[in-house]
Ligand binder design. Sequence first.
Ligand code: FA5
Length: 346
Amino acid sequence: MKEELAAIVLEVESTAPGIARRADFEAFKATISGPNGKLTAVMKGMKNVPKEDKPAMGQLINQAKQQVEAYYAETLERIEATELAAKLGPAIDPTLPSPDIGPGSLHPLTQTRRRMEEAFRKVGFTVAEGPEVETEWFCFDALNTPEDHPARDAQDTLFMPADAAIENVSKRGDERYILRSHTSTVQIRTMLKEKPPLRIISPGRVFRRDTTDATHSANFHQMEGLYVDKNVTIVDLKAILDYFVAEIFGKGSEVRLRPSFFPFTEPSFELDMKTPNLGKLSNQWIELGGCGMVDPNVFKSVGYDPQEWSGYAFGMGIERIAMIVHGIDDIRYFYQNDLRFLQQFA
Ligand code: FA5
């Protein structure tokens, strides 16, 4: 029996690697392990083995069975891999377009940002950029925001680790790096680089430790605006906001300027809009942005003479505007990358 078992294992070992088709494999397997197979016959012969030899023989049979089954598994795996390759055809070309997904389109936030940019470009504004990692000086000090202002609290602003080294973001002193909490930093970076008069907008991503809800996200987008010239007044600010609202939402949209406070503008306002039909946010005043006349201290921090220059600034939430334009009642849809949502804007 011992020799028989060794011969069976040898037969499987030498035959299995040469089998290429599943049917041939099944047929060969039947000659060994099927009801009339050679291994089955040896197993059946156990009943004739003397009682005292049974344990040793049983062990030998088990060993042979395990070896044979390992060859079966190896053979089957190889056959299945060949079958799969035949089904897939020649090697996949990753540069070919996917057959299932149609052409992409711009994200609704990008579309809204571009519409906003277009409206401001028409009246002479150019786009300025600034870094998303900022320093406390650009985000707060230069914007007349005192040391004890709540915005400087770690509860509201995301601070980088104390030893972070961001080589391409200039520092004024040894202040800490932060993720910018508003795009007003670009006002400062632009005024330090350029001489007045100025007329810029700056769209970009901002970060806050805000709790997410239907109208708030911890990571959203703003569009900053800054106009610096001689004799700029609130009338100019009101005129640009009215123009912008009419361009984006159409004439007759209901907006209001609500007195507010920002350290970097005086006086300051919030621009609110009465939402049209907007699901669970219908017919409510929703805040689009903050604005006001540039505070003389901001001009001083960038070396502009506040006696000579005046200006207005504003900062609007791009998500809020996209929500009203498209009738979206929850800001979270913008970040879920759900194709069913995104395809509506294709
Ligand atoms: C500011 O960030 C000021 N820098 C705006 C400003 C610029 C005022 C220039 C004066 C002059 P505020 O924190 O209110 O202000 O944010 C401005 C707008 O961003 C809000 O009106 C709102 O539309 C949007 N916004 C604020 N927080 C969130 C948030 N968590 N999620 C989505 N949008 C937000």
